[in-house]
Write a protein that binds this ligand. Structure first.
Ligand code: CO
Length: 498
């Protein structure tokens, strides 16, 4: 078997998982040429929560970030994480907005699109896959891994076969919670190789301490690529560190050779950045969290819930809320816990404990039950469907949600023109997803902490980069969601899990 390859995630999932997605473009650029010279199969730099964070917290245009990184690291394919029909938001967008987004992103330099749907409903992936292929780019169809009575290796392999038929260039196993066991990773990779035949990438998190072992097992089974990061933006809730993974593979026939001296330099550089982002980091995210195995929910969700329950004076209800998550998941057809479903399930579980089971139903939870996010993998509780009907008169919808959404691009352009804002596709898609934040980006700069995107001349590849010289944007981590149902307001402080 060939040498295994690594993708590097430090510029996206590494800081999303450990520093609330706050790494700025200026902090990335000094490292970009060195990362580019490593020979990684890909650099994950974009998508997930980065677009939101650029606009909301960093005062950056996310497309400018991509162009700057592309210029600073031109040799290595750049990867983005795309939430299918939700693009990089929480709800479905019409096909014309999804298409415009992908075209704009491809034009800005994106090479590989990791495309997933939180419910593994492939109808929510088809527009994205088709458009990526039409742009001549690489479509990596992602299978969201989770554990439940309906999530079997066989079901995941069937999804892989479907993704191949839809035109994907490769298959990704996306273990956002870091709960895939080494033996399961081995079986899934072996089966997918045999029955799908496309290149396979495994993406996991080291939250529960399984990540590196699961990579090793997947490598034994023939996985083509695994995704690692650079410490200190590695391990814990992020991907295993590259140097650590290389040490684990020492003497393995598939061990790749990546320059360890340069890796040490990158580590030194990112240690400086990690310190600069100190107010967004937490030891809770850095340690192995076996609670995630006990409760079978993502680590990031656990840490957020501890905070949220404290705020709600419900800290003593932690165990109850955690076991309620099981009930809510089951009632909603065993949906995987990943953005946005992790937030919705968690909030509903909290409301069930606070107000009584299903006494208050979060609109988003009702929408999942009514198939508005797609087809849940299992059967939605008939009792819950009846409750929603009795209270709201709504029935489950059939068909693909986006089919019911009229095209929006012309309207988006008009809205922007009326505000004297740019009206190109990039502007339209950002305005569609983040209207206030996008407008703020173009507002006269007063106190905005806009970070100038400076494409530094690449430092000599061997030279240790200088630490970035500015401080992090002064904003609190996490996001607050307010759900008001029947006059009762519940807030959820959530973190995005990807
Ligand atoms: Co991830």
């Amino acid at each position: 078997m060939k040498t295994v390859q690594f993708n590097n995630t430090v510029l996206r999932d590494g800081h999303q998982s450990l520093a609330a997605t706050r790494m700025t473009t200026a902090q990335m650029l000094p490292a970009a040429p060195i990362l580019d010279g490593m020979g990684f199969a890909g650099l994950e730099t974009w998508g997930g929560a980065t677009v939101d964070s650029c606009l909301r917290f960093l005062g950056e245009n996310p497309f400018d970030r991509l162009r700057a990184l592309k210029k600073a690291a031109p040799q290595t394919p750049q990867i983005m994480l795309l939430r299918g029909q939700n693009i990089v938001q929480y709800t479905s967008f019409p096909d014309d907005v999804v298409e415009a987004f992908i075209r704009a992103d491809a034009a800005a330099g994106q090479d590989i699109f990791r495309i997933f749907d939180a419910l593994n409903d492939t109808r929510n992936l088809i527009t994205a896959i088709k458009t990526v292929k039409a742009c001549g780019k690489h479509a990596r169809g992602e299978i969201c891994y989770t554990t439940s009575p309906v999530h079997t290796v066989e079901a995941f392999v069937k999804m892989g076969i479907e993704l191949r038929a839809m035109g994907c260039d490769s298959i990704g196993i996306k273990d956002m919670s870091g709960v895939i066991a080494p033996r399961v990773a081995y079986d899934m990779v072996a089966q997918l190789r045999q029955r799908v035949g496309l290149p396979i990438t495994l993406h996991t998190h080291d939250t529960a301490g399984l990540g590196a072992s699961s990579y090793l097992a997947a490598i034994d089974a023939g996985v083509d690529i695994v995704e690692t990061s650079i410490a200190p933006f590695a391990n814990g809730t992020a991907q295993p560190d590259t140097l650590r993974m290389l040490a684990l593979l020492e003497g393995h026939p598939r061990c790749p050779s990546y320059d360890r001296e340069k890796l040490a330099q990158l580590r030194e550089y990112f240690t400086g950045v990690y310190k600069e982002l100190g107010k967004f980091t937490s030891p809770d995210n850095e340690r192995v969290d076996s609670d995630t195995l006990i409760y079978q929910v993502p680590g990031g969700m656990l840490s957020n819930f501890r905070n949220q329950l404290k705020e709600q004076n419900m800290a003593d209800k932690f165990e109850q809320v955690m076991s309620e998550i099981f009930h809510v998941r089951e009632a909603l057809g065993w949906i995987p816990l990943v953005t946005p479903t992790s937030q919705i399930v968690g909030t509903q579980a909290m409301m069930n404990v606070k107000f009584g089971r299903w006494k208050t139903i979060a609109p988003a939870a009702a929408d999942i039950a009514l198939n508005k996010y797609g087809r849940p993998p299992g059967t939605v509780s008939a009792e819950l469907i009846k409750l929603i009907f009795d209270r709201t008169g709504q029935k489950p919808v059939e068909g693909r949600n986006a089919d019911a959404l009229p095209p929006r691009m012309p309207k988006l352009r008009e809205e922007l023109a009326a505000k004297n804002l740019p009206t190109d596709d990039e502007a339209c898609v950002l305005h569609a997803m983040f209207p206030q934040e996008f407008a703020k980006l173009h507002a006269p700069k007063v106190a905005a902490p806009a970070t100038p995107v400076v494409v530094a001349s690449p430092p000599a590849a061997a030279a240790a980069p200088a630490p970035a010289s500015h401080a992090a944007a002064p904003t609190g981590p996490g996001k607050r969601y307010r759900l008001t149902v029947a006059g009762q307001t519940t807030e959820a402080l959530v973190e995005e899990l990807n």
